[in-house]
Ligand binder design. Structure first.
Ligand SMILES: Nc1ncnc2c1ncn2[C@@H]1O[C@H](COP(=O)(O)OP(=O)(O)OP(=O)(O)O)[C@@H](O)[C@H]1O
Ligand code: NI
Length: 322
């Protein structure tokens, strides 16, 4: 395997609200390899966006990183802990080394500026040369007539086009890591597929690493190399896509796979019983234990560690063998 570009350890993040403390991430552990597409999947509210925003260090003001580290490998033996960087140091990294794409392209674009300005904002250099680079990147994103699109305002473009502009703006500085949080959920299915394919192709060309947040397992299966499954603020399983679908190890992953229809397979869909817990008052031990068909006494008391069970297969579960 290639080298680790991002190493997250014991990451714990709380939101402070009037109703109390929400423990959105509890001791999250995750390694991301150079050049891969890692999908982070899990039900709504399990902490995917909180994890993404922690890496990009753009958490809302009521969030606190309580402990843990996010070590970014800058190459040649240089590393930084993103958790410990000052705001000044973050400015240097944000957008250039770590870049983030959100679900709603309209929110990421300014309505009063032309596409050209928005795509080239973080690029310095002679005007003509910068424009050339912008045209190149738009061409790579398969946009027709890039020189014309650069002169347009966001409202003149479709949703899919706008999201491509946002992607172009984040790719132009050639960041080492792109974090895409549900980048295509707001778009129709065909456009979704196009954009995801394009991201996957560009990742090879630009030698970048992509962390893709999605609640859609089919999307993850389609373009990711590996999948990390989150449940209620924990990473419960990490595996390559094939192994995860072929032989899921964590009871939650098993339940998740049974709860979605499989194409070409005539199998009953079985939703997971119960509801995910409130992160304002999560259950002790393994947070999945109240819903787990295999629950044991120890699960109610002790949080299982994420451990490597087979090469490249990590699971956080007290059950030894299933
Ligand atoms: N600004 C906030 N203030 C308080 N609680 C928050 C805030 N943002 C998120 N949360 C809570 O933190 C937990 C994790 O939320 P997060 O948005 O990270 O989940 P998610 O997996 O991205 O969900 P979704 O799939 O719906 O986007 C949830 O319980 C959510 O209600
Ligand atoms: Ni989210």
């Amino acid at each position: 395997m290639s080298e680790i570009v991002l190493s997250i350890r014991d990451l714990t993040v709380n939101y402070y609200t009037r109703q109390g403390v929400v423990n959105a991430l509890d001791g999250v552990e995750l390694d991301v390899y150079q050049g891969e597409i890692l999908a982070i999947v899990g039900e709504s509210g399990c902490g995917k966006s909180t994890l993404a925003r922690s890496i990009a260090r753009i958490l809302p003001s009521n969030a606190v990183i309580e402990k843990g580290s996010i070590i970014l490998n800058l190459g040649s033996g240089n590393t930084v802990d993103l958790v410990r960087l000052s705001e000044d140091e973050l400015v240097k990294i944000r957008g250039k080394i770590v870049s983030m794409i959100f679900q709603d392209p309209s929110a990421a674009l300014s309505p009063v500026h032309k596409v050209k300005k928005q795509v080239t904002d973080h690029v310095s250099g002679e005007k003509r040369r910068v424009e050339k680079i912008a045209q190149e990147i738009l061409k790579k994103l398969m946009m027709p007539a890039p020189h014309m699109i650069l002169e347009k305002y966001p409202h003149e473009l479709s949703g899919g086009m706008k999201q491509r502009i946002v992607i172009a703006a984040s790719l132009i500085t050639r960041p080492r890591i792109i974090i895409a949080d549900e980048p295509t959920t707001a778009l129709d299915v065909t456009v979704q597929a196009q954009i995801l394919k394009m991201l996957s192709r560009l990742r090879e060309e630009l030698e970048t690493t992509i962390i893709l947040i999605t609640h859609n397992l089919a999307v993850a299966a389609e373009i990711a190399d590996r999948i990390a499954v989150m449940y209620a603020g924990h990473v419960v399983e990490v595996a390559d896509v094939f192994s995860l679908f072929e032989r899921p190890l964590h009871p939650y992953t098993k339940g998740l796979l049974k709860s979605i229809p499989k194409p070409h397979v005539d199998e009953e869909i079985e939703p997971i019983r119960g509801e995910p817990p409130s992160l304002a008052d999560p259950p002790p031990g393994c947070r999945f234990h109240p819903r787990c068909p295999y629950v044991m006494d120890v699960c109610m008391r002790i949080k299982p560690r994420l451990e490597e069970r087979a090469p490249g297969r990590l699971v956080a579960c007290h059950l030894e063998e299933r």
